[in-house]
Ligand binder design. Structure first.
Ligand code: SF4
Length: 435
């Protein structure tokens, strides 16, 4: 039996200039790129950054493989279906795909009784734990852009992870509120001091601080703002008095925002740091307006947990083996599930060729971006298209409030991850492969 995949929409590859192109390669999801395509070459003319230039560059060989040997797509799907259909404790990881890909992964997980986790699952759970336990007060990228008068960034690494954060959000050319930029101030607390300082018209101040102690530093800041007595002169090697001007600025802000990405929060318990930040913000809101903005990394992480939440009630790290969703954010991490007896892994990575599956002897099926470099050749490798480049799709932005449609920019023979996952499920359901 042969699997027929739906043909992709045809797009002319003659010289074409695309305006307002959304970029799927980080959580900012900038939608202002101008891209020219001539004879298959993609050039970003306006907007963009180094990360997007790498992302839109086409790469690699489009051939599926079984144990390193080139095979047809049908054979690869057959083999993947056999491997996953016969597994007793399958795991679907990576999940770096769009909403359609995630829905297909959930349907397959339901069919074969798999657990699900994302590449950035650990970072996602650090925020979600606080949201589940206590709730929080957060805002959106649009609100920050249009209203904030004080922006406190925890860790300079955010400027590397989200390269156009300053240009697009902190100091944009225009805002919806006329004088929003006039009194805006940007303060960076912690991170490497040798980060490339973004060019910006708004005043920027850098306060050196160790990221691994951010929880203690934010707790002290909370005491200073609240004018509570502190029985110490230093915190994490910093003189506590050096935090007093920041405490004062936060108290005076009309619309202050504190921004973090859990990937940049170091130390043993970044979730406790997020809790400290959240409690500080709750305190401030008794007398003024102040919000948090946790930024998710991208690679489809928010799309994955949103789709998983609306379909199962839980935000990933959920196991469908018993016929109903079981949520376990500790034991269902990719690393622990593999160590605890997962016997087959389906790894989905559609955006980044460097996001290979974990090094494991568990039989692995990889649906990856073509040109993916892997330390260990998987049992099955099926190249898939990039949402927003090879096929259309929908992904959520890093502030988790907006989903954007992505366009197909080039003709491609590469199937979408959703199509391959669905084909694997159909093959399993065809009763050739017992579950
Ligand atoms: S900042 Fe992120 S979304 Fe914007 S162009 Fe660069 S990689 Fe793309």
């Amino acid at each position: 039996m042969y699997v027929t995949l739906e043909p992709l929409m045809s797009v002319s590859e003659k010289s074409l200039t695309h305006e307002h192109v959304p970029c799927p390669f980080c959580g900012l999801l900038c939608d202002d790129l101008q891209i020219r395509i001539a004879n298959g070459d993609i050039k970003i003319i306006a907007g963009g950054c180094t990360r997007s230039e790498n992302g839109f560059a086409t790469t690699g060989d489009d051939s599926p493989r079984i144990a390193g040997e080139t095979v047809t797509l049908d054979l690869a799907i057959n083999h993947a279906a056999e491997l996953l259909g016969n597994a007793r404790r399958p795991l679907i990881g990576g999940l770096e795909t769009d909403v359609r890909g995630m829905r297909a992964a959930l349907a397959l997980a339901d069919r074969i009784g798999a657990a699900l986790d994302h590449t950035h699952g650990e970072n996602l759970q650090r925020n979600l734990r606080v949201l589940q336990d206590r709730g929080w007060i957060t805002t959106t990228l649009s609100e920050v852009r249009n209203r904030a008068d004080l922006i406190v960034v925890l860790g300079s690494a955010l400027f590397t992870s989200f390269p156009r954060l300053v240009e697009r959000i902190f100091a944009p050319p225009t805002t919806m509120v006329d004088d929003a930029l006039q009194n805006r101030r940007l303060i960076v607390l912690g991170g490497r001091s040798d980060w490339p300082v973004p060019e910006t018209q708004i005043p920027l101040e850098y306060i050196p601080a160790p990221m691994e102690s951010m929880g203690e530093i934010v707790s002290v800041l909370r005491c200073l703002i609240d004018e509570r007595p502190i029985q110490a002169a230093t915190v994490a090697g910093m003189n506590i008095d050096s935090l007093q001007p920041l405490a004062e600025r936060i108290r005076q802000a009309s619309y202050g925002v504190m921004i973090w990405s859990t990937g940049a929060l170091k130390g043993d318990h970044p979730d406790l740091t997020v809790q400290c930040i959240s409690e500080l913000i709750t305190d401030l809101n008794r007398e003024q307006r102040f919000a948090g903005l946790p930024l998710a990394a991208g690679d489809g992480d928010v799309s994955a947990y949103q789709a998983c939440t609306w379909q199962t009630g839980y935000p990933l790290r959920v196991d469908l083996a018993s016929g109903k969703p079981v949520y376990d954010p500790y034991h269902l991490s990719t690393a622990r599930a593999l160590a605890d007896g997962a016997d087959a892994l389906l790894w989905v990575s559609s955006f980044d060729t460097t996001h290979e599956p974990p090094d494991t002897t568990v039989p692995t099926v990889v649906l990856g971006r073509n040109g993916m470099q892997m330390t260990r050749e998987p049992e099955v490798f099926i190249p898939v298209g990039v949402p927003g480049l090879n096929h259309a799709g929908t992904v959520f932005r890093g502030d988790a409030v907006v989903s954007l449609p992505l366009r197909q920019l080039v003709d491609s023979s590469l199937p979408a991850a959703a199509e391959v996952v669905q084909a694997i499920r159909t093959r399993i359901e065809s009763q050739e492969v017992p579950c």
